[in-house]
Write a protein that binds this ligand. Structure first.
Ligand SMILES: [Zn+2]
Length: 411
């Protein structure tokens, strides 16, 4: 059975959490001085352990196991959201460091080594999953040139802060057999089920629409109810339709949200002439997303003859990403070796694995988040669960080294 050093793992996680520490969490926004310090710290740790490590000019850190002709790529990201938690992303990177380092110390004779990755800007301070995208497929110059942070700082300017011209690290399909990413769950399901390890079945696709309603502004005291063209009422009726119709067509894992709603002109004594809301829905299955989209568009179409007319404007469409079921099965077997029955759940959040999975087989392991909290300084996982997750992933890696045919093909 593969072994790792649990105390060293926890010590490294805590050392990393001091870079950009904010109360009980971490503020390490991509390309900030703290983020770059954390990346250089990781390069130092990897070099110390004998890896060929560097940060490239995108901010991606790769530690190559130079003695091995092939490698399993393991990693995540060390950037955080503003005033974020200490484990989001960092956990998966330090797992990778600890697993790679332990395999080296054990003088593994496998021709499959472990390469360690920390991707840049997974959280999208400038461009969501910038690091994993540039590592796998590249990102168009036009997209890089137009990307900017909320405060208007261009990505091009942020890249200068890295102070390196080192060429981009690239996924090498001849070397990198698969990608493994561990992450905190960021939700309450493992804790609610009293389970400690989850295998991610897939990452959800997201469809987002702006629904707009058009009516006529009239005096709300003098216009009889049956003579109004009330855009607000039409939009609220649409929201009610979502609440009653979506459960009839959704899959068991579908989630949806109306996250904003506004009325214009927005006064108590004026019938709204315009109103809009933003509806998003998520599922790992394209067929479910397609069905819900068709229902939404048909409902909007039906409003054409109503006193207030609706329009649907697509805002974004993120494709679902399948995780490799053969890699997932290996993680579940590794968990069983520690007496843990893995739970199989989709990820409702995006991760770097989403992009890497387009090129090579990928799998994700989740450990519980206490109270389901994440993207907040209260984010935490028990030490015992942190160590167990790393042991399970290390065991999965050693099973894959011993039996590479279990890696399967993509996805
Ligand atoms: Zn993350």
């Amino acid at each position: 059975m593969a072994s790792i050093n649990g105390d060293r793992l926890l010590a490294d996680l805590r050392e990393l959490a001091r870079i950009g520490a904010y109360q009980t969490g971490v503020d390490r926004i991509a390309f900030s001085a703290q983020d770059i310090e954390a990346r250089r710290w990781l390069v130092g740790k990897l070099k110390q352990a004998g890896f060929d490590a560097s940060m490239d000019r995108a901010g991606n850190v790769l530690g190559r196991d130079a003695g091995a002709p092939k490698a399993i790529l393991i990693g995540s990201h060390t950037d955080t959201v503003p005033k974020g938690g200490w484990l989001d992303g960092a956990l998966g990177v330090i797992y990778a460091l600890e697993i790679a380092r332990s395999a080296r110390e054990a003088k593994s004779t496998s021709e499959i080594g472990v390469d360690v990755m920390s991707f840049q800007d997974e959280e999208g301070s400038y461009l969501s999953c910038f690091g994993s995208r540039i590592f796998c497929d590249g990102v168009a110059n036009s997209e890089i040139e137009s990307a900017q942070a909320k405060d208007g700082t261009p990505l091009v300017k942020a890249l200068e802060a890295l102070a390196t011209e080192a060429p981009h690290h690239r996924l090498d399909p001849n070397r990198h057999l698969c990608y493994l990413e561990a992450h905190i769950e960021q939700g309450p399901r493992l804790e609610a089920a009293s389970q400690r390890i989850a295998v991610v079945t897939g990452l959800v696709g997201i469809r987002r629409f702006r629904i707009r309603a058009f009516g006529r502004a009239d005096h709300a005291g003098t216009t009889p109810m049956n003579m109004r063209r009330d855009a607000g009422a039409a939009l609220v009726a649409f929201a009610g339709w979502v609440a009653s119709e979506f459960p009839r067509h959704a899959g068991p894992e579908t989630v949806w949200n109306i996250g904003s709603m506004t009325f214009l002109p927005g006064a108590a004594n004026v019938v709204p002439d315009q109103a809009e809301l933003v509806l998003e829905f998520r599922d790992t299955k394209t067929a479910v997303l397609d069905l819900l989209e068709a229902k939404v568009l048909a409902r909007v179409e039906d409003s054409a003859a109503a006193s207030a007319r609706l329009e649907a404007h697509p805002l974004s469409r993120i494709l679902p990403a399948d995780m490799s079921s053969s890699l997932g099965a290996v993680i579940a077997l590794a968990a069983a070796g520690f007496g843990e029955k893995a739970m199989f759940i989709p990820s409702g959040a995006g991760h770097d694995a989403m992009f890497v999975a387009r090129s090579i087989p990928a799998a994700m392991l989740f450990v519980p988040s206490i109270g389901g909290r994440s993207h907040h300084i209260s984010e935490n996982t028990s030490d015992a669960d942190i160590v167990l997750g790393c042991k399970v992933l290390a065991e999965a890696v050693s099973r894959l080294q011993a039996n590479p045919s279990a890696i399967g093909s993509n996805p």
